[in-house]
Design a protein around this ligand. Sequence first.
Ligand SMILES: Nc1ncnc2c1ncn2[C@@H]1O[C@H](COP(=O)(O)OP(=O)(O)OP(=O)(O)O)[C@@H](O)[C@H]1O
Ligand SMILES: O[C@H]1[C@H](O)[C@@H](O)[C@H](O)[C@@H](O)[C@H]1O
Length: 373
Amino acid sequence: MPPDDDEAEDQQQPQPKGAHALEGLVVGSYCHDVLLRGGRVVGETLGGAAAFVSNVLDAASPPEAAFCVVSKVGADFAYASAPAPARRPALLCPARPTTSFHARFSDAAASAHAPDRQLRRVHACDPIYPDDLPDRPFAYGLAVGVAGEVLPETLERMIRLCRAVLVDAQALIRAFDAEDGGVRHVALEGTPYARLLQRVAFLKASSEEAPYVGVETARRRCCVIVTEGRDGCRLYWDGGEARVAPFPAVQVDPTGAGDSYLAGFAAGLLWGLSATDAALLGNFFGAAAVSQVGVPTFHPKMLQAVKRILEDKAIPRSSPCINGAFFTFQRSIMHDELHASLEEAARLMHDQPPPATENGDGIHSAQEPTSGC
Ligand SMILES: Nc1ncnc2c1ncn2[C@@H]1O[C@H](COP(=O)(O)OP(=O)(O)OP(=O)(O)O)[C@@H](O)[C@H]1O
Ligand SMILES: O[C@H]1[C@H](O)[C@@H](O)[C@H](O)[C@@H](O)[C@H]1O
């Protein structure tokens, strides 16, 4: 198919050079997450895919890979003075409250693919408009909205600015009940985002979202990743697919698993891994996310071990690999070895207990809202 005018323009875009040749653009708002069980509040945490994503990119990107976050919050934002990731300043919308979700957990033992929580959007901050994005080229972009804030025209602008865009399906297919904010999904094909898919590099969906994405149609336009909770994930591209094994985890809070997965995956690409190998890093950080409440804290020894593994295993990054033209999808010959080394590193996570307080509900309060609200 010949490129349309927009695509031709994209292909002529100047390549970022110098220290920030691997700079990324993360678009999606921070939010307040309230966790409920049996009608009782059992945790209040910083949320929003952008928060989980920046946490993992900070931890796992190659040293030369910087990124910036475009996020919106209201004057009530409770984590403005929290340490990373929210220290990356959000755009303040004084007239609107911070986006906020109530997540109601059921007591029933969740199967790997059953919805583990009922989500309700309680407040929505302003959308992120195309003009809110910095006007410069980026090596890659992550569209990680939670409440419909990444507008179609904003995604389109990301595609123009970034050499490769990775999208979380939750940014595209969520709809919100007008009465109670209940979150449901709509078919991607019926949304204005569908026509942009062929200019997206990777689209990630959870197994709950996958039927709304339409994997068989979408994989002809971009690589589709379906995350399967404790079973790991599968990648589908035009002409092939792969299953990628998970890492063991004791799940205390599933929130942010998909976000942490996507950032781990992007970091893997930045280190020069193939998509199927990078998915191991996605699974690794997804597993790390579910073992803590809210945005997880990683043990420094674990991170050192992960970086050593990546320095050792990843191919030299003389030219940025995160570039639509140069993705390789297949697993490499060192895939199993990489999994074994990361599994070893994951054990270091438990060298000392994470900074969380057990509250008897299987959900731990790792982060209290800080002052500054
Ligand atoms: N219980 C678990 N044990 C090990 N790994 C897990 C577990 N849950 C999630 N993961 C990892 O995290 C990835 C993403 O999880 P999942 O498929 O549940 O995403 P999600 O439903 O989008 O999460 P969320 O919406 O809560 O952010 C999985 O592919 C897997 O690698
Ligand atoms: O903080 C969480 C997280 O970002 C999840 O990925 C998203 O599904 C929820 O809506 C949000 O509250």
